[in-house]
Design a binder for this molecule. Structure first.
Ligand code: NAP
Length: 340
């Protein structure tokens, strides 16, 4: 039986990956902060099937202890301060978790478990203001926010450790992937939530945005720049790519994305269309929500992942958005039932 250690087990990807590995007979350890685990989280339903090790990515000793305890064959480093927008106000913390946390992990593996294979979560945000569209493994990085800058640092260190020490570290340059498990502060989930509220006739939502205001206020969902375009896929497809990377003979960097571009406008169209509504009646664009420096047009060229990993996404953009809206409808309906 193979053993895997997943950092960021409470996150979206951590939960899908844990399910994926358990289905393949792995013994799964999850690394998480104690206070995150005792709250309901994306992996709460797996509590009886995985072993949880408490620690913080900012503490090298926690990482070393977890490695010692789990002795994993495969390590999936997914932990991160993963909100690019928030990284502006938390830039030092973002570097500590996303950048230095990764280095601490690589170092601990090098000294304690040199044969273990590592998947490291890099990000398409690293391309930032890319001059080349679409982007592949050789495209230059032009990070535009503290999150992306920290990811570039960790990505380069992963390559340096691989080349210098012969470590098996594969980095997935993953493009945006969403799911029913995305937190509400991500714009995709806000749109799914907004569509569900509109369908249920909720004019002022109970859930609030980062500014403390209802996400849906006076029947409207406020968003930033609707022309922002991204390459969006479903998280369950993307965790499969992570695993396949660690089954290869050699480590490397892999761009993983659908190769299809959609705007927030498209996302609104599909989400509100799912509940038979016209998004234009329910969504407004608020200049206060536009990011200081918006990441440019990031679009994956996943040719290498297709060829080497034989990876293709199975869930379409429309299916992904549909799943998210359905989940929000169910959640809000359940809550309404409880409140009666
Ligand atoms: P997520 O849902 O935000 O999960 C991040 C995880 O990191 C959470 O479990 C979080 O735990 C944990 N974490 C944060 N700070 C930590 C710390 N100091 N010590 C230990 N754990 C800590 O993110 P995701 O969407 O699953 O993404 C997984 C990885 O892929 C991340 O590295 C992300 O940056 C990267 N990525 C994601 C996307 C995407 O579109 N989803 C695209 C490219 C790359 P708490 O519960 O304690 O917060």
């Amino acid at each position: 039986m193979k053993t895997a250690l997943i950092t960021g087990i409470t996150g979206q990807d951590g939960s899908f990956l844990a399910e994926f590995l358990l289905d393949r007979g792995y013994k799964v350890y999850g690394f998480t902060r104690r206070e995150s685990w005792i709250r309901p989280n994306n992996s709460s339903h797996l509590a009886d099937r995985i072993t949880v090790l408490f620690g913080d990515m900012s503490e090298g000793i926690d990482i070393a202890n977890a490695l010692q305890e789990a002795k994993p064959d495969e390590i999936y480093n997914l932990a991160s301060q993963s909100r690019p927008g928030e990284s502006w106000s938390r830039s030092a913390e973002t570097l500590i978790i996303n950048g230095l946390g990764a280095i601490r992990l690589f170092e601990a593996v090098r000294h304690g478990l040199p044969k273990a294979r590592i998947y490291h979560a890099s990000s398409s945000e690293m391309f930032g203001h890319a001059e080349v569209i679409p982007q592949n493994e050789n495209t230059a990085f032009q990070p535009l926010n503290p999150y992306a800058a920290a990811k570039v640092y960790a990505h380069q260190m992963a390559r340096i450790c691989r080349d210098s020490y012969g470590m098996f570290i594969s980095s997935g340059i993953l493009f945006n992937h969403e799911s029913e498990r995305r937190p509400l502060h991500f714009v995709t989930q806000k749109i799914a939530y907004g569509a569900a509220c509109a369908s249920l006739g909720i004019v002022n939502s109970r859930d609030r945005n980062e500014r403390g205001q209802p996400i849906v206020a006076n029947g409207k969902l406020a968003l930033g720049n609707l022309e922002v375009a991204r390459d969006w896929g479903h998280a369950s497809d993307f965790v499969r790519a992570m695993w396949v990377m660690l089954q290869q003979e050699k480590p490397g960097d892999f761009v993983v994305g659908t190769g299809q571009l959609h705007t927030l406008r498209d996302l609104c169209h599909v989400a509100y269309g799912r509940v038979g509504l016209d998004w234009k009646d329910h969504v407004i664009s608020d200049p206060a929500l536009v990011r200081p420096l918006e990441t440019g047009q990031t679009l994956a060229d996943p040719s290498k992942a297709r060829k080497v990993l034989n990876w293709e996404p199975a869930i379409s953009f429309e299916e992904m958005v549909g799943k998210m809206v359905d989940a929000q409808l169910e959640r809000l309906s359940r809550r309404a039932g409880r409140d009666e």
